[in-house]
Design a protein around this ligand. Structure first.
Ligand SMILES: [Zn+2]
Length: 91
């Protein structure tokens, strides 16, 4: 056995230190936090469009451009994509 090899009692010491720092009651939360972090990381990597465009896709704050039919903000009088007026009724 060489010096510096991770031995079982090293793991026990680490577990004891973790228990002292976090307490046994917080271990499930710690595992949940790690799991959530991994899930968020995977979500970010896969680039899911779940919440992307949520703000400007809301029907309450946008309306379709009468010219190019892209959604434009209600506050804007002109379409950001084609420049047509959006405050006139679509024909
Ligand atoms: Zn337009």
């Amino acid at each position: 056995m060489g010096v510096g090899v991770l031995q079982p009692w090293h793991l026990i010491v680490i577990v004891v230190i973790v228990l002292v720092i976090f307490g046994p009651g917080k271990l499930p939360m710690l595992g949940k936090a790690v799991g959530d972090s991994v899930r968020d990381f995977k979500k970010a990597v896969s680039n899911e469009p779940a919440r992307a465009g949520e703000a400007d896709a809301s029907p309450a704050s946008t309306r379709p451009c009468p010219s190019c039919h892209k959604s434009a903000a209600l506050a804007d009088r002109f379409c950001g994509a084609c420049g047509a007026r959006t405050d006139v009724a679509a024909v």
